[in-house]
Ligand binder design. Structure first.
Ligand SMILES: Nc1ncnc2c1ncn2[C@@H]1O[C@H](COP(=O)(O)OP(=O)(O)OP(=O)(O)O)[C@@H](O)[C@H]1O
Ligand SMILES: [Mg+2]
Length: 345
């Protein structure tokens, strides 16, 4: 059986904010675990409101940030393996990023083809410039561009959408196993967002590549995903098969998100100013969503929920689904669990 493409095991990441003496520690990522299967290419979306930890998680997957605890594996290899100088290149052959703002991904003083040629040569995809040209032409074609439209041009000669397609083509050069795209459509004209998202769907099969798609744009997330990871204040609160989550959302927060889905392409705006009481409660014992939850019970304010499987490919962090609260538990299908009681989808 193929290794899972991505395994995140009990990963936390803390940040210190404020001064040495009066500063506080925040848990930007709080014991997140998930497994993305590797038997066929997948698109996993990470959704959740601003500040919930999406970028922090993405940066840890990209090795731009170390977890405070826990570990991450890609195709069965722990990321610590890539920390040596000689293994770093191996990592970039396997995992590639796409960032939010294509205009800052490229220097304004270099022609964009420089980046494409350098990637092909540095990652040993091509040995000569002539070979590199064929590789570059190929990846550009895959994103709908001709090499002659691109050669010799500077970033400001392209639209945001075109430039983002060029950064996607750059990410494809090494034929990676995983592309991590943090808000790749946020800076792009709303009318063009679906084009980029549709491109991920097409490339997934064409290049046999997995995508992690981080977004505020829920409508595209639900449209494009095979798996959805919903985060709330550093916790993974629901994870699993996208269709299952769409038809049977299990976390009250996901229900709220689904109700608030705007039309395709419209950005989802969430007011992040927390009421005073909630700010004080943040980080205290109990479920972090309790203050906003329409189903809240007393137990939710004092008991930390655990991730429970409600289906082979669907798990949720909510006491509503913990056997002991309801008194009338739904039968849990534990057939997909491994020895650590984790869901292995
Ligand atoms: N370097 C840092 N130092 C201190 N705190 C940080 C740092 N990076 C992130 N944080 C905090 O960690 C939390 C998660 O931030 P993160 O950027 O991962 O959220 P996000 O979900 O990507 O938000 P957005 O949707 O706005 O991009 C936030 O409270 C943020 O302020
Ligand atoms: Mg972010």
């Amino acid at each position: 059986m193929a290794h899972p493409i991505l395994e995140i095991n009990n990963v936390s990441r803390n940040f210190k904010i404020g001064g040495m003496l009066l500063g506080t520690k925040i848990k930007a990522i709080d014991e997140v675990s998930l497994t993305l299967p590797g038997d066929k290419p997948q698109i996993m979306s990470i959704v959740g409101e601003s500040g919930c930890g999406k970028t922090t998680l993405a940066k840890m997957i990209l090795r731009l940030l170390e977890p405070s605890s826990g570990d991450i594996m890609i195709e069965g290899v722990p990321l610590s393996y890539y920390s040596k100088r000689k293994t770093r290149k191996e990592f970039f052959k396997k995992v590639q990023p796409i960032f939010q703002n294509p205009f800052t991904s490229f220097s304004m003083r270099k022609t964009v083809d420089t980046y494409l040629f350098e990637t092909a040569l540095n990652l040993d995809v091509a040995q000569t410039r002539k070979d590199a040209r064929a590789v570059v032409a190929d990846v550009l074609k895959s994103v709908g561009l001709e090499i002659d439209q691109v050669l010799g041009k500077y970033p400001n000669q392209f639209s945001g959408g075109e430039l983002q397609r060029i950064s996607i083509s750059r990410a494809l050069i090494s034929r990676p196993r995983l592309i991590v795209a943090d808000e790749p459509v946020a800076m792009i004209d709303a009318s063009l967002r679906m084009n980029i998202v549709n491109l991920f769907k097409k490339l997934k099969d064409e290049y046999n590549v997995n995508f992690i798609y981080i977004t505020h744009d829920l409508s595209t997330a639900y449209y494009v995903s095979d798996y959805i990871a919903t985060m709330y204040r550093g916790n993974l609160i629901e994870f699993g098969n996208a269709k299952h989550i769409l038809t049977q959302p299990a976390h009250p927060y996901t229900e709220l998100l689904l109700d608030s889905i705007p039309k395709v392409g419209e950005k989802w705006e969430e007011d992040m100013t927390l009421p005073d009481l909630e700010t004080k409660e943040y980080g205290l014992s109990g479920c972090k969503f309790a203050a906003r939850c329409p189903y809240v019970k007393e137990v939710c304010r004092s008991t930390v929920p655990e991730m429970v499987p409600i289906h082979q490919e669907h798990s949720v962090l909510c006491l509503k689904h913990n056997d002991y609260q309801t008194g009338n538990p739904k039968p849990l299908d534990r057939s997909g669990l491994d020895s650590n009681n984790q869901l292995s989808v």
